[in-house]
Design a binder for this molecule. Structure first.
Ligand code: SAH
Ligand code: SF4
Length: 297
């Protein structure tokens, strides 16, 4: 803004930031944001999806997740969430690409930072900002029931992904402590109500852990739980987490699990793992390496 006097420019500079996140190579408070390109297929158009973080660390502490194991630092602000999108967009513009989808599947539990997450989604959606439809946004949650209900009451047609991971409460509570407070039936009930209210499909995420939750009998129980016309199951063979004894099942066993669900009439995919080579796959984000992408300024 060279047309403004220098004193005014200085004042603006001091009072406002163009971005609250910057690429940074330091320890301290860091988050990770991941951009994924998917080429067009016969059934779908090309997509560029950004996986955003909502918190620095995560307070939920799931046994199979690197983010959970590294503890919780703080919530991100609405601006820090908004800016992950803006920064990625600027970088993609150089390659003449733009973001088509957002998933809250980075670090943190988005419904544990409800106001900032919903605020960011509304800001992306505003016609005078990006006009980016909430229909292109997915919130992934471990199942904080009161916040799922609150989300359904907003007129916000976002997609919900429920991280289910177990077909019974005893097992789920051993993997995800907060399940004692919000058990499976309550979570599935709230997700179903959201799907019916918005018409948006619910994805149930299920991390496959060898010898823990990967038997055909467990697949049958899972099928019984999630059966609904708007349900989809996403199977995610566990990505390795340093220091964890948990491991993914063989390909054969994952496919057998999928077959049981499909035979029960449930649409199911096995998620192709991406980002393993740079520790950026699901459940591996913990901002420990100096290759970390963003840091709140
Ligand atoms: N806290 C939210 C959002 C993070 S999403 C949630 O849990 O839903 C991260 C996704 O990756 C979730 O579905 C989570 O269960 C999954 N995940 C966590 N650890 C993983 C691992 N080691 N391998 C594969 N997926 C994992
Ligand atoms: Fe948090 Fe989700 Fe990881 Fe559980 S899986 S610790 S809720 S980020």
């Amino acid at each position: 803004m060279r047309t403004l006097p220098q004193s005014a420019r200085r004042q603006l500079d001091e009072a406002y930031a163009f971005s609250t996140v910057t690429p940074h190579l330091a320890d301290g408070r860091t988050i990770e944001t991941v951009v994924m390109h998917y080429d067009a297929t016969s059934r779908s158009r090309a997509r560029t999806t950004i996986c955003v973080s909502s918190q620095v660390g995560c307070p939920i502490g799931c046994s199979f997740c690197a983010t959970g194991r590294s503890g919780f630092d703080r919530n991100l602000s609405e601006a820090e969430i908004v800016d992950q999108f803006l920064m990625a967009s600027r970088k993609l513009a150089d390659a003449q690409r733009s973001l088509t989808n957002v998933v809250f599947m980075g670090m943190g539990e988005p419904l544990n930072n409800y106001a900032a997450v919903v605020g960011a989604i509304r800001r992306w959606a505003a016609p005078d900002t990006l006009n980016f439809s909430p229909r292109r946004v997915t919130i992934s949650t471990i199942g904080l029931v009161p916040f799922i209900e609150r989300l359904s009451a907003e007129s916000l047609p976002v997609n919900l992904a429920i991280s289910l991971h177990a077909p019974d409460d005893e097992l789920r509570s051993s993997m995800i402590p907060v399940n004692r407070k919000y058990p499976i039936a309550a979570i599935v009930g709230a997700a179903r109500a959201h799907a019916e209210r918005t018409g948006r499909r619910t994805s149930y995420e299920y991390v496959l852990l060898q010898g823990v939750n990967d038997s055909p009998e467990q697949a049958r129980r899972l099928a019984g739980l999630v059966k609904h016309r708007l349900s989809h199951v996403n199977l995610i063979p566990m990505n390795p987490v340093e220091g964890s004894p948990l491991a993914p099942p063989s390909k054969h066993r994952s496919q057998a699990f999928q077959s049981v669900l499909q035979a029960a009439g449930i649409s199911t995919t096995i998620r192709a793992t991406r980002g393993l080579d740079i520790d950026a796959a699901c459940g591996q984000l913990r901002a420990r390496q100096p290759q970390t992408v963003l840091t709140p300024a």
